[in-house]
Design a protein around this ligand. Sequence first.
Ligand code: MG
Length: 176
Amino acid sequence: MPRKARGTSPPPDPDAALRVGIGYDSHPFALGRPLTLGGILIPSEKGLSGHSDADAVCHAITDAILGAAGLGDIGEMFPDSDQANKNRDSIEMLEAAVKRLGASGYEVNQVDVIVITEAPRLSPHREKMRARLAAALGIDSSRVSVKGKTNEGMGWIGRNEGLACIAVATLKRNHS
Ligand code: MG
């Protein structure tokens, strides 16, 4: 076998470039508010309060994908000061962020989410959340992971004052 000359390897495949982003969100619980997580209405005596529908799962994912693409954050894209964002459907905001990614040359590859809350239990709703999020992200639900965890009774989450959500997303180049 002839030795491969230096400097003759092919240029790096641009599709191999993967971008990673992280997102975090938290909202306080409030009586009489609906609990919407990952676009799914979850039966609960308490919901989350916030300017929009307070869907912390969608908000964390939106921040993760915007961050991965270097496109700022959800607060810049959908400011609280804009009345159009009051009680806004967060799935719609996520879809708008995915569209913006597309315009800048990226598509979502995969998303992993942790919801940290003492109650309610999320496992009965997990598959519906994955399907709803996958549809908004334009990917198969096998590429969306949603995991629930408690905070072992510690701190504000442990006292059931609210919940937190952490999301990681990877993006790849789109082919448009
Ligand atoms: Mg939020």
